[in-house]
Design a protein around this ligand. Structure first.
Ligand code: DGT
Ligand code: CA
Ligand code: CA
Ligand code: ZN
Length: 577
């Protein structure tokens, strides 16, 4: 469907025309863009059936815009768009998109100071040229630099594990206020995406202005971008933006649904509403002027003729179709995990003792854990040679006696060497209750070699888990070349569980890969890879990945009771336990 593509181009044309100080036209283009974006019908179909005339019949699309849409559908580009682009230096688009900037300010910088790109903008700020410009001032000078800095750092996105604690902290602060009746985290955070653009908060309150006052004066606030009666935006440390919106009680559910997103999910829901002769917006579900749902999310989905859809699934990847067919999976829950099967202690590169880890895990309600320190090849991470491993196993036996009420499994995170053999011999592996295998070296092998290497390790009769199967580090390191399908099939055949590693910059497998693995019937394990007791709380991040990957409880080995888990770890004929 070309609707979104066309809407985006029309919006860009509006920006360019605004820069060229063309009157009223930009508004018309934006309006048309919005209509097309929210239309239930495919604009190409409309055109193919009824030509330019049918396009003109769409509200807010006149002859001029219809002609442009026709050009795009026929030739893949719009002449006027290409011409407009030539009149404005390309670098201005980046400037325009900085927070607090926009087309009017960007063109002013170009006209008055000949600034064409970010580099020239930075240099102008440093020379003190911006603050003299009418409509800019000293404050925006600082804001500009900060915005540019942030853009460079992370393209504006942060890890879920960074954003969720910050959002919860703000939520807790505001929740304390007696006049805040309800507060929810929305947006990509509520969907638990692996990276997050900004913190979206929704509240219900009878004193919205007072809430905005507190929100914009939180100690974390660096800049106030906007402060209004129903919406305020702030920038926190690290350049993180947060939006707070006030919603009325009767449409809180509809607003929560709308601002949770994602956008594609919302657009599809709206189309379904239109088909039923309803109208869905952030204010509710309407039949004519009458609101028929929207106080809660549940009733909104119900009235649209489908099951309630968990936020983690709302990405328009088949969840709406499944909800209509009443075939949504029952996802693994945040309380379903019975133990953590990868963690490190001071025996290798962790910072606390076996006992401390066990006590903390017990406090979290776990029934079992595995201590899995590094094997000898991991020299920088304090990997243990065979002698030291034996001592570590003795220390685990000691800890078992000291910390009762939780089972401590004897494990190790064993390197998969470049030839696919393991860092300890079978004779040693046999002494362990659980073997976690992982690649920590020679990441740059070709796909064929890497796949062979890993599959060979999975065929070892003592291996139970493949840790962080792709090796990616979000924003830092790409996954290694790998035929993941082959790895999944081999893992299943050999009773090896594939890990969803919860470390905030790993989340490996990711949601899409976890979904494929589960579909193919491989077992998964959700582990933190904790290096200190505080890291044990990361578990929820990889549960989120599993949920976003449509994973059910039964597919995850550490939701099982200890005796069931042992059965899985015993594999075929091994003499374990
Ligand atoms: P982010 O912040 O980039 O991680 O991702 P989101 O999904 O939190 O996006 P954001 O903050 O821009 O907007 C929050 C939600 O609001 C989004 O998931 C869906 C809804 N929304 C925002 N803009 C639009 C729009 O133009 N059309 C529709 N249908 N929904 C929108
Ligand atoms: Ca957001
Ligand atoms: Ca937002
Ligand atoms: Zn590791």
């Amino acid at each position: 469907m070309k609707n979104l593509e066309i809407a985006e181009i029309l919006n860009k044309m509006a920006d360019l025309m605004e820069m060229l100080e063309i009157d009223w036209k930009p508004r018309a283009y934006r309006k048309a863009a919005r209509t097309i974006e929210n239309m239930s019908k495919d604009i190409r179909n409309i055109y193919e059936k009824g030509g330019e005339k049918a396009l003109c019949e769409i509200p807010s699309i006149g002859k001029g815009i219809a002609f442009k849409i026709e050009q795009y559908l026929k030739k893949g580009k719009i002449k006027e768009f290409e011409q407009l682009k030539k009149k404005i230096p390309q670098g201005l688009e980046q400037i325009m998109n900085l927070p607090g900037m926009g087309p009017k300010k960007a063109i002013k910088l170009y006209k008055k100071l000949k600034i064409k790109n970010l580099k020239q903008l930075i240099s102008a700020v440093k020379k003190g040229k911006i603050k003299k410009l009418e409509g800019f001032g000293k404050k925006s000078e600082k804001e500009i630099l900060r915005a540019i800095e942030l853009k460079k750092q992370s393209k504006g996105r942060q890890l879920l594990g960074v954003m969720l604690p910050i959002a919860r902290k703000i939520k807790n602060e505001l929740e304390k206020l007696s006049y805040v009746k309800r507060i929810e985290i929305a947006g990509s955070l509520r969907r638990r995406k692996e990276t997050i653009g900004d913190i979206d908060l929704l509240i219900r309150s009878d004193k919205p202005e007072k809430v905005m006052g507190v929100f914009t004066k939180l100690p974390e606030v660096k800049t106030i971008l906007a402060k209004g009666k129903t919406k305020s935006s702030i920038v926190l440390r690290l350049g993180i933006q947060s939006d707070l919106r006030v919603l009325p009680k009767e449409s809180f559910g509809a607003g929560l649904q709308y601002f949770t997103g994602n956008k594609d999910h919302n657009i599809k829901l709206r189309k379904i509403a239109i088909k039923k002769k309803y109208k869905l917006s952030e204010y509710g579900l309407f039949k004519g002027k009458k609101q028929i749902a929207g106080k809660t999310e549940k009733e909104t989905y119900q009235k649209l003729g489908m099951q309630y859809i968990e936020p983690e699934l709302r990405e328009n990847t088949g969840e709406i179709e499944a909800a209509i067919a009443k075939k949504l999976p029952k996802l693994i829950g945040y309380d379903d995990i019975k133990g953590d099967l990868q963690m490190h202690t001071a025996w290798s590169d962790g910072s606390e003792s076996i006992e401390e880890m066990a006590k903390a895990a017990k406090k979290m309600g776990y029934k079992y854990i595995a201590i899995t320190d590094h094997s000898k090849s991991e020299r920088i991470a304090g990997g243990m040679d065979e002698k030291k491993l034996m001592k570590c196993l003795k220390a685990i036996e000691k800890a078992r006696k000291k910390v009762r009420g939780i089972t401590i499994l004897k494990g190790a995170e064993v390197d998969i060497l470049p030839d696919g053999s393991l860092d300890y011999s079978d004779k040693i592996l046999k002494k362990l209750d659980i073997v976690v295998a992982a690649v920590h070296s020679r990441f740059k092998m070709n796909k064929n070699e890497m796949t062979k290497r890993i599959c060979k390790a999975l065929e070892n009769k003592y291996v139970n888990i493949l840790a962080h199967p792709t090796g990616r580090l979000i924003g830092e390191r790409r996954p290694y070349e790998l035929d993941l399908n082959k790895v999944i099939v081999t893992a299943k055949k050999n009773k090896v569980a594939l890990e969803i590693n919860a470390f905030p910059n790993r989340l490996d497998l990711n949601e899409g890969q976890a979904r494929i693995a589960a579909e193919k019937g491989a077992k998964l394990v959700i582990s933190t890879d904790a290096h200190q007791t505080d890291n044990l709380r990361y578990m929820e991040y990889s549960i989120a990945v599993a949920r976003r990957g449509w994973v059910k409880k039964a597919q995850v080995i550490n939701t099982k009771t200890l005796s069931e888990l042992k059965k899985f770890l015993r594999k075929h004929n091994s003499t374990r336990f």
